[in-house]
Design a protein around this ligand. Structure first.
Ligand SMILES: *[C@@H]1O[C@H](CO)[C@@H](O)[C@H](O)[C@H]1NC(C)=O
Ligand SMILES: *[C@@H]1O[C@H](CO)[C@@H](O)[C@H](O)[C@H]1NC(C)=O
Ligand SMILES: *[C@@H]1O[C@H](CO)[C@@H](O)[C@H](O)[C@H]1NC(C)=O
Ligand SMILES: *[C@@H]1O[C@H](CO)[C@@H](O)[C@H](O)[C@H]1NC(C)=O
Length: 858
C-alpha cells in the first residue's frame, strides 16, 4: 500500500496545482534524462558531427561532450541552440554547463541570450524585469550554472544564443526547467495600463511591463505578460513583490473614464487549440478605499475557430461586490463549458479603478484544485523533489564512471522514502480520522473520500488538534486538512438515514441566529437525518413543541381506508411508501370548512403516506410523530394533513395532492411567454406567473418560520401546483426516484440535497430557518431558469461540497449560481442575499415576502 500511496501522491502532485506557482514550477524538462529527444534539439551550426546539438545535455558526456557551434564565435555572430519542448511550457529556470569531456575540453559560454517562441514563427527575446537581455553563463567547463528567469516565459521553442566579447570557441550543455502550461493561452490583448495619480500619493504605474507582444494605438496585442507570470499582486497595489521596481508593478490597471469605450475593459484571449472552458480566474485588487474594486460583471463571447465570427450568445457573470474586505482575491467566472479557440471578455467597472494581476483559464476535464490531506503530502513530495532531485547547481566536477551518480540516486531514493514514511506517519497522527476511509479516484474530480467504515467519521467527536486550531483561527488556511471535516456530514452512514427523525435543539431553529465569529464546532455536528420513515423529508421542529404535542391527541379524523383508491406510487423510503390515491367522498367526510378546492365530483386526489407492516416500532413512533407535526400545519401554501388511518395497520396519513404535479415538472415543460411564441405548441408562462409563484412560496415559508419549523428540503420539486397556479409546499421530493440525482447519494441511498443546502448545513449539519432561506434562493433560481438546469450543473457533487468550503472561507473563490437571463436584476440581488455567508446578512422569509409581493399585481 505504500507504493499505492506513493503513486497517488505523485498523481496528486500534478493534479492539485491549479494556478502556476513559479516557486514550485521548476521541474527539469528532459535534456539530461533524455525525455527531450535528439531530433527536437537543433542548432544554427555545429563544429563536428561529434559536437552536434544532441550532445547539449546537462551532466552528460556523450559525443565530444557538448554542442559547439562552428568555428570561433565572433562578438557579432548569432549562433544558437534550439530546443522544441513539444508543448507550451512555463519556463522558469535555465541551467548551462561547458564542455568538459573528461578533462579534455575547456569551452563554455560566459554569457548568453534567450529567444523563445510559441509557434516557432514569431521569436521574442527574453528581457529581465529591468530590461537586460544578456544572462551570465559559466565560468568554467564543468560547473553548471542555473539562472532563474524573472519574468518566466511561456513558450514551446527556446533558443540559447551564446554571447562572447573576444572571439572564442564556445560549447554548451543545457537543461531547461519549468512545467506544462495547461491554460493553453497563447496571447491576450488589452488596453494599455495607466498611471494612477492622486494628490498626496506617489504615482503608480499600472502598465504591463513584461508584455511580450506589440503596443499599438494604446492597446497591447499578441503577447503574454504580467497577467500570466504567476505573480499575484498584494492587497495594497502600491506594495510590490519584486525589489527595485516601480509602484504598482504587479498590477495591470485601468481608470473607468480614460478608455475608448468607457465603463468596461475589453480583453481578447487566444488559445492554442479549441478548448471547453469551465472557468476563468481573475486575480483582482479590491482596495476600495483608493477607488479600486473587482469588476462588477463580465460578459464573454466565444469564437470556436480562428476564422469564425463571435458566437451570438455570450456568458455573463455578475460578481458580488465586497465593501468590507479590501484584500485582493481570485474571482472565479464560470464559463459553462463553452467550446472556443478565442474569448473576448468585457469587464465592467465597479469603481473608478480596476486592477488585475493574474488571469488563468480552466478547461476540459481539469479538476478544481482538490484539497485533502494528500495535498499536504504532495507539497512535501514537491519539496522533496525540489531539494533532492533536480538540483542542477549541486553537480560538481564530474568523475569518471557512473558510480557516484548511482550512489547519489540511491541516496536520494532512500531519503525520499524516509521523508514519505515520515509524512505518512505524521499524516496519520494529524488525520487520525482518516484511518478507515477509502481513497478513491474519480475521473472528474481527482480524488474523493468515501467512508467505508460507516459510522467512523461522524462518531468522532473532536477534530484533530491541527484542524481545530485552523478552524478557531477562522481562516482555514489549509484547505487540505479541513476539507475532510467539511465533507463529514455527507459521510453519514446509511444506517442513520432510515431512522427518521433527529430532534434538533430549539436554539437551532431560531431564525436569525447569527453565525458570529470564528468557530464552527465540528464537535457539535450530528449525523444529519432528514428522511422520515416513508422517505419524504421530515420538518425539523423545536423539541419542546413536539413534547407538548405528545400529550395531545391526533387532531386529524380517521378516514375509512377502503375509500382510498390506489392510482400510482409516488415514492418510497425505508419503512414506507407514498401513494397517489383517489379519496372517495372526502369532501363530505371533511364537511364544512374543508380545505379542499370545490371539486367537480366527490373524489379528490390525495397523497397517502403509508407505513409498511414490517416497520420497526421506532419507525412507528416516528410516523406518529410526523402525523402530529403535520397536523399542526394550516396555511394556504403548505400541503395539509387531511385525515389519517391509524386505528388499524398499516398506518396511513392522507395529505393534499394537486393535479398539476410539482413545480419542477411544470416549469421544465414550459417556455417563457413572448410575442413570438404565441403560435408555438409549447405552453408558456409569463414573468408575472413566476413572480406570483415566488411570492406564494415565500408566504408558505414565512408561515413555517413563524412556527419555528425548518423544512430542510425546499426546492421546486417539493412545490405542488393546482390548476390556478396555487402553490403548496410539500415534502415528498426525497422519496421520489425521479429526483434522485438532486440528492447526494451515499451507498445508493438518497440523503442530502446538497445543491440546495446552505454551507452551514453541509459543513456543520445545522438546519435553521436561515438555511431554508438559502434553499429558497436556489428555488427562486430554479424558477427563473424554468427548471431547465440543475443548480451548479457543471459541478460534480464532490465539487459542490468543495465549493461549500469556499463559501465558508469567503475569499471570493466560491462559485455562485449565475444570474438567470430572465431574472430581473433586483431579484437576483435578493437571491444573492439569500446566499450570504453570514446568517444575519440573509433576509428573513417575512422580508422576502415583503420584497417580492410588490412585484405582483393586486
Ligand atoms: C531573437 O529575437 C529577436 C526579436 O526579439 C530577433 O530580432 C532575433 O533575430 C532573434 N534571434 C534569433 C537567433 O532567433
Ligand atoms: C511602465 O512604467 C514604468 C514606470 O513608469 C516605465 O519605466 C516602463 O518603461 C513602462 N513599461 C512599459 C512597457 O510601458
Ligand atoms: C467612473 O466612476 C465614477 C465613480 O464610480 C463615476 O462617478 C463615473 O461616472 C464613472 N465614469 C464613467 C465614464 O463610467
Ligand atoms: C468539448 O465538449 C464536446 C461535447 O461536450 C466534446 O464533443 C468535445 O470533444 C470537447 N472538446 C474538447 C476539446 O474537450
Amino acid at each position: 500500500t505504500i507504493m499505492h500511496l506513493f503513486l497517488l501522491l505523485i498523481l496528486h502532485a500534478t493534479a492539485a496545482v491549479g494556478q502556476i506557482d513559479p516557486a514550485h514550477c521548476r521541474y527539469a524538462l528532459g535534456m539530461e534524462d533524455g525525455r527531450i529527444r535528439d531530433e527536437d534539439i537543433t542548432a544554427s551550426s555545429q563544429w563536428y558531427e561529434t559536437t552536434g546539438p544532441q550532445y547539449a545535455r546537462l551532466n552528460r558526456e556523450e559525443g565530444e561532450g557538448a554542442w559547439c557551434p562552428q568555428g570561433q564565435l565572433e562578438p557579432s555572430d548569432t549562433q544558437y541552440l534550439q530546443v522544441d519542448l513539444g508543448r507550451l511550457t512555463f519556463l522558469t529556470v535555465v541551467g548551462t554547463q561547458g564542455r568538459y569531456a573528461r578533462n579534455s575540453g575547456n569551452e563554455f559560454a560566459r554569457a548568453y541570450r534567450l529567444n523563445y517562441s510559441r509557434d516557432s514563427v514569431l521569436w521574442k527575446s527574453w528581457k529581465s524585469r529591468l530590461g537586460k537581455e544578456v544572462i551570465q553563463g559559466n565560468k568554467n567547463a564543468y560547473e553548471s550554472v542555473i539562472n532563474d528567469l524573472h519574468p518566466p516565459v511561456i513558450a514551446r521553442h527556446v533558443r540559447l544564443i551564446p554571447v562572447t566579447k573576444p572571439s572564442t570557441a564556445v560549447c554548451m550543455r543545457v537543461e531547461l526547467y519549468g512545467c506544462p502550461w495547461d491554460d493553453g493561452l497563447i496571447s491576450y490583448s488589452a488596453p494599455e495600463g495607466q498611471l494612477l495619480m492622486a494628490p498626496g500619493y506617489p504615482v503608480a504605474s499600472l502598465n504591463d511591463s513584461t508584455y511580450d507582444g506589440a503596443h499599438e494605438r494604446r492597446r497591447l496585442l499578441g503577447g503574454l505578460g504580467q497577467l500570466t507570470d504567476g505573480v499575484v499582486g498584494l492587497d495594497d497595489f502600491l506594495v510590490t513583490r519584486q525589489l527595485q521596481v516601480w509602484l504598482g508593478y504587479d498590477y495591470l490597471g485601468w481608470r473607468n473614464d480614460s478608455l475608448g469605450a468607457p465603463g468596461h475593459v475589453e480583453m481578447d484571449f487566444l488559445f492554442d487549440k479549441q478548448r471547453n472552458f469551465t472557468s476563468m480566474k481573475v486575480h483582482s485588487n479590491n482596495m476600495f478605499s483608493r477607488g479600486v474594486k473587482i469588476f462588477s460583471s463580465v460578459t464573454c463571447w466565444f469564437k470556436p475557430r480562428l476564422i469564425a465570427s463571435w458566437e451570438a450568445e455570450p456568458v455573463t457573470f455578475k460578481t458580488v461586490l465586497d465593501d468590507r474586505n479590501p484584500s485582493a482575491r481570485y474571482v472565479t467566472v464560470p464559463l459553462r463549458r463553452r467550446a472556443a479557440r478565442a474569448l473576448r471578455c468585457r469587464f465592467f467597472f465597479a469603481d473608478v479603478w480596476m486592477m488585475f494581476s493574474e488571469i488563468s483559464f480552466q478547461s476540459g476535464g481539469k479538476p478544481l484544485p482538490s484539497s485533502s490531506c494528500f495535498s499536504l503530502l504532495s507539497v512535501g513530495c514537491v519539496f522533496a523533489r525540489l531539494y533532492f532531485l533536480p538540483d542542477p547547481s549541486a553537480s560538481g566536477r564530474p568523475d569518471d564512471g557512473n558510480t557516484p551518480i548511482l550512489i547519489g540516486c540511491l541516496v536520494t531514493i532512500i531519503l525520499l522514502l524516509v521523508i514519505i514514511i515520515f509524512l505518512i506517519l505524521w499524516c496519520q497522527y494529524v488525520c487520525k480520522v482518516l484511518e478507515k476511509v477509502d481513497f478513491l479516484s474519480h475521473p472528474d474530480v481527482g480524488q474523493v473520500w468515501v467512508s467505508s467504515g460507516g459510522l467512523l467519521i461522524s462518531s468522532l467527536r473532536s477534530p484533530p488538534v491541527a484542524s481545530q486550531r485552523a478552524v478557531q483561527d477562522g481562516v482555514l488556511a489549509r484547505p487540505s486538512l479541513v476539507s475532510i471535516w467539511m465533507t463529514q456530514p455527507s459521510l453519514s452512514p446509511p444506517t442513520a438515514c432510515g431512522g427518521g427523525y433527529a430532534e434538533p435543539d430549539v436554539t437551532q431553529c431560531t431564525p436569525h441566529q447569527g453565525f458570529h465569529g470564528p468557530a464552527p464546532h465540528y464537535a457539535e455536528t450530528d449525523i444529519v437525518r432528514l428522511q422520515g420513515v416513508t422517505g419524504s423529508n421530515m420538518y425539523a421542529v423545536p423539541a419542546l413543541t413536539v413534547d407538548s404535542l405528545t400529550r395531545k391527541d391526533i387532531s386529524a379524523a380517521e378516514f375509512p381506508r377502503q375509500q382510498l383508491v390506489f392510482r400510482e406510487k409516488l415514492g418510497e423510503g425505508q419503512f414506507g411508501e407514498v401513494h397517489l390515491c383517489e379519496a372517495e367522498g372526502l369532501p363530505e367526510f371533511l364537511g364544512e370548512g374543508s380545505p379542499l378546492p370545490d371539486g367537480d365530483g366527490c373524489s379528490v386526489l390525495v397523497a397517502v403516506k403509508q407505513l409498511r407492516p414490517d416497520a420497526t416500532s421506532q419507525a412507528r413512533n416516528d410516523f406518529l410523530k410526523e402525523i402530529k407535526i403535520m397536523s399542526r400545519l394550516n396555511d394556504p401554501n403548505i400541503i395539509r394533513l387531511l385525515c389519517v388511518c391509524v386505528t388499524s395497520d398499516p398506518l396511513c396519513m392522507v395529505t393534499e395532492y394537486m393535479e398539476n404535479g410539482d413545480l419542477n415538472m411544470f416549469l421544465s415543460q414550459r417556455e417563457m411567454e413572448s410575442t413570438l411564441t404565441h403560435a408555438n405548441s409549447i405552453p408558456s408562462v409569463s414573468l408575472s406567473d413566476l413572480l406570483h409563484m415566488s411570492v406564494q412560496i415565500s408566504s408558505g415559508m414565512k408561515y413555517l418560520a413563524s412556527l419555528n419549523f425548518v423544512h430542510r428540503d425546499l426546492a421546486t420539486r417539493n412545490c405542488l401546483l393546482d390548476r390556478r397556479l396555487t402553490i403548496k409546499i410539500a415534502d415528498f421530493g426525497m422519496s421520489r426516484n425521479l429526483y434522485s440525482s438532486d440528492y447526494y447519494r451515499i451507498q445508493g441511498r438518497a440523503v442530502l440535497p446538497i445543491r440546495w443546502m446552505a454551507w452551514e448545513s453541509i459543513l456543520l449539519g445545522k438546519f435553521t430557518t436561515a438555511s431554508d432561506v438559502w434553499a429558497f434562493g436556489v428555488t427562486l433560481w430554479e424558477i427563473f431558469t424554468l427548471c431547465k438546469e440543475q443548480p451548479y450543473s457543471l459541478l460534480s457533487d464532490e465539487q459542490v461540497i468543495e465549493n461549500t468550503g469556499e463559501f465558508f472561507r469567503n475569499q471570493g473563490r466560491q462559485i455562485f449560481l449565475y444570474a438567470p437571463p430572465l431574472c430581473p436584476p433586483s431579484l437576483f440581488e435578493l437571491m444573492m442575499r439569500c446566499w450570504s455567508r453570514d446568517i444575519p446578512d440573509r433576509p428573513t422569509f417575512e422580508g422576502l415576502y415583503q420584497a417580492l409581493r410588490p412585484h405582483v399585481g393586486p
